[in-house]
Design a protein around this ligand. Structure first.
Ligand SMILES: Nc1nc2c(c(=O)[nH]1)N[C@@H](CN(C=O)c1ccc(C(=O)N[C@@H](CCC(=O)O)C(=O)O)cc1)CN2
Length: 298
């Protein structure tokens, strides 16, 4: 058996077209969704992701802008930038690219972004809304993208044993909240595993749906997967590869070559969850702009 590939690139492309149609609809009301991404410092991977976000937002017809600030930017300076964006009516979505330089506290910055412009879904108000099942908040883009992948690939999550490996605030915890909620892509029985979990393989082998979000290259091997399981790899790691010009290649948290013979469906890295993160960001930005329309109509 060889697992069917879940093509995140193709699904993300479909969502980007849906978003572009929404942008055209909003234009009839005189609204152009505006997304401003703030990048602090010169981390090469972050610069690539930020460039991709600006390009994708413009391709969808939005007003996409990137503010590139030097690594020496102080926390106070960054908070001033966020405050300016908070009150700018042409900016519907604000995203501060992570990771930030070590002298800046990410939680303080996230709390400064207005929840209604927090298209990353990281603000405690949006996290709280997700937990209590309110749909008027924003959901963190990567876990929201995973749910879209499952739903659009025809995976029935109802009553499934879903095991998440990783307990980050950005992926693991919101992922659990989404899988457990009583709507499409939810109704699963959820287990979260982490670095202190005893006998990790015992849990992963019980999973009908296994979500790997640990941040450790190829840690989940085929023998840790239940035959026929759906495997979603959120990992984005590099490993040495002498055949590549860079000397490294991208890999996930799942050892793909052994997992692909055990799973029924699997996401590749690259081309799985990664492209969904940007597609869901665009969707959140359109929603932020739509809500200003709804507020104006009141
Ligand atoms: N403020 C935020 N910061 C970060 C987030 C986030 O959601 N909000 N997520 C990640 C990085 N990220 C988006 O910012 C991101 C990562 C990967 C991809 C992607 O499309 N990956 C491709 C491969 C790209 C490559 O070749 O290097 C893939 O998987 O196919 C998109 C977005 C951390 N920071």
């Amino acid at each position: 058996m060889r697992a069917e590939l879940i093509d995140g690139k193709a699904i993300a492309e479909t969502i980007r077209h849906e978003v572009a149609a929404d942008v055209t609809r909003l234009a009839a009301h005189g609204i152009i969704p505006g997304l401003t991404v703030v990048l602090v410092g010169d981390d090469a991977a972050s610069a690539t992701y930020v460039g991709a976000k600006e390009k994708a937002s413009k391709a969808a017809g939005m007003q996409g802008e990137t503010l590139r600030l030097p690594a020496s930017t102080t926390q106070a300076e960054l908070l001033t930038v966020v405050e300016r964006l908070n009150v700018d009516p042409s900016v519907h979505g604000i995203l501060v690219q992570m990771p930030l330089p070590s002298h800046i506290d990410p939680d303080t910055v996230i709390r400064h972004i207005l929840p209604e412009k927090d298209v990353d879904g990281f603000h405690p108000v949006n996290v709280g809304k997700l937990l209590i099942g309110h749909t008027d908040g924003f959901v963190s883009c990567t876990p929201a993208g995973v749910i879209e992948l499952l739903v659009r690939s025809g995976v029935d999550t109802r009553g499934a044993e879903a095991v998440i490996v990783g307990r980050s605030n950005i992926v693991g915890k919101p992922m659990a909240a989404l899988l457990v909620q009583g709507r499409a892509g939810g109704d699963a029985t959820v287990t979260i595993c982490h670095s202190r979990t005893k006998d990790l393989a015992f849990h992963t082998r019980r999973a009908d749906i296994l979500i790997a979000a640990i941040g450790r290259a190829e840690m989940i091997t085929g023998d840790m997967i239940k035959p026929g399981a759906v495997v979603i790899d959120v990992g984005m790691n590099t490993k040495p590869d002498a055949t590549k010009a860079k000397g490294t290649r991208l890999c996930g948290d799942v050892h793909f070559e052994s997992a692909v013979h055990v799973a029924s469906k699997i996401t590749p890295v690259p081309g799985g969850v990664g492209p969904m993160t940007i597609a869901m960001l665009l969707r959140n930005t359109v929603r932020a702009a739509e809500r200003t329309l709804a507020v104006a109509a009141r």
